[in-house]
Write a protein that binds this ligand. Structure first.
Ligand code: ADP
Length: 445
């Protein structure tokens, strides 16, 4: 087993990984920008190295600085966390070339799934149903041709996309003319790759994803699905497992398709296959070859520590349980608490003047903030994840309501009030929502 792991990330996810390491007796190295000198992930790690200025390009995305930090501190392995370099195949290769273990899948699998066009082709070949769509389209004429085949409305998406950014709905040829070039420019700006493609735009789907773990030695298990349909601007705000929408047979069917495909790929590591689900049909949209923010709810209902498993797999150990060993208990939900205005979602960086997290039975907080901490403006606005577990969905939601009531964060705006609002909606309480539901409720759909 590794003796020392460098965590190439910040915030709550860096802490999450640190916790798994310490429970396994592994020492940790934090890296940080100058904006994060006082961050909790730096304070708790056994060692820390400053890798650059606040701008992530020069620090958390600075590959030479991260590799140097690993060399100086004598780390054996690097965990990339979520975002930043976690789906960068080049980084994964360089980590290995420099003699460290990359805690994640092979660079080839990251590359394959990192481009949504090649990912969808691979998924189709593996027997996974995909959203009808096109390959890369170069210009409006080609896009109009493809859209005619697919049928309007279509969604223009970046092949290298992520984080819900740079997507545009085109409802007719004029929509293509209006948005295609803009989408290509945004894709170049965000992802350094201007290629875009089209997909049929589904009007009332749910976002259902399945968590898998594979050891690359034939062992593949799934930890059930997560329903992440509560979104704004294609970004998840609230997740739950199991999905209130799935029938047991649908869940089993999806699990079978997914685990068979993962075995067929020879995949190694943790991963998530994301689907849109509408009228009883599943359509693959993408695979994330990394840990996900919402992995916590799968941990709650299965008792499996997904980060510990990632580390074990990276160390070459086989999974020490089979699917039959995985027991699903109860219901779990996660509220993403962002430093944002609860109605306008305007980012609200600033100093936390008062902080009191909720506690009690079935409550988990993953957060790196504390009283006196200044939320920097440079990074993601997620400041805490509140995860609640209970025997069933109604009780779980009541427990979440209670936990949100207790949660005190003063000094920055947060989305706590937004979540409290959700819990007063009868439709939401009935589990009756789709990916566009929140935006319709907010009056923007
Ligand atoms: P990203 O990698 O940027 O997160 P995804 O492909 O995972 O992009 O899509 C993010 C979200 O965008 C989905 O959860 C869903 O809400 C919406 N979306 C994606 N594809 C479609 C589609 N074909 N029709 C309707 N909504 C979609």
């Amino acid at each position: 087993m590794f003796e020392k792991i460098l965590i190439a990330n910040r915030g709550e996810i860096a802490l999450r990984i640190h916790r798994a390491c310490h429970e396994m007796g592994i020492r940790t190295v934090a890296v940080h920008s100058t904006a994060d000198d006082n961050a909790m992930h730096v304070r708790l790690a056994d060692e820390s190295v400053c890798i650059g200025p606040p701008n992530a390009r020069e620090s958390y995305l600075n590959v030479p600085a991260i590799l140097s930090a690993a060399a100086i501190t004598g780390a054996d392995a690097i965990h990339p966390g979520v975002g930043f370099l976690s789906e960068n195949a080049n980084f994964a290769s360089m980590v290995e070339e420099h003699g460290f273990t990359f805690i994640g899948p092979t660079p080839a699998h990251i590359l394959l799934m990192g481009n949504k066009v090649s990912a969808k082709r691979a998924a189709k070949d593996l027997g996974i149903p995909v959203v009808p769509g096109s390959g890369a389209v170069a210009d409006p004429a080609e896009a109009r041709e493809a859209a005619k085949r697919i049928g309007y409305p279509v969604l223009i998406k970046a092949a290298a996309g992520g984080g819900g950014r740079g997507m545009h709905v085109a409802r007719d040829d004029a929509g293509i003319d209006q948005f295609l070039v803009q989408a290509q420019n945004e894709a170049t700006a965000y992802f350094s790759d201007g290629s875009v493609y089209l997909e049929r735009y589904l009007d009332r789907p749910r976002h259902i994803e399945m968590q898998i773990l594979a050891d690359g030695q034939g062992g593949v298990i799934h930890l059930g699905e997560r329903d992440c349909s509560l979104q704004r601007n294609h970004q998840k705000l609230f997740e739950e497992t199991p999905s209130p929408a799935l029938k047991p047979a649908e869940r089993e069917n999806l699990a079978k398709i997914v685990t068979t495909a993962i075995k067929g790929m020879g995949y190694r590591g943790a991963g998530t296959l994301e689907f849109l689900y509408q009228d009883g049909e599943f359509f693959f949209i993408e695979m994330n070859t990394r840990l996900q923010v919402e992995h916590t709810i799968s941990e709650a209902v299965t008792g499996i520590d997904i980060v510990r498993e990632q580390i074990r797999i990276a160390a070459g150990l086989p999974l020490d349980y089979t699917q039959a060993d995985i027991q699903f208990f109860g219901h779990a939900v996660e509220c993403r608490i962002n430093a944002e205005h609860p109605e306008t979602f305007k980012p609200s960086p600033g100093t936390i003047t008062s902080y009191h997290p909720p506690g009690g039975i079935g409550v988990r907080i993953d957060s790196a903030i504390y009283q006196g901490y200044a939320v920097p403006p440079q990074y993601d606005s997620l400041i805490a994840k509140l995860i609640v577990h209970d025997r069933n969905r109604p009780e779980c939601l009541m427990r979440m309501k209670r936990a949100l009531e207790e949660f005190v964060i003063v000094g920055v705006d947060t989305t706590i009030a937004m979540h409290q609002g959700l819990l007063t909606s009868a439709q939401f309480m009935n589990g009756d929502y789709d990916i566009h539901w929140l935006e319709r409720l907010l009056g923007r759909g």
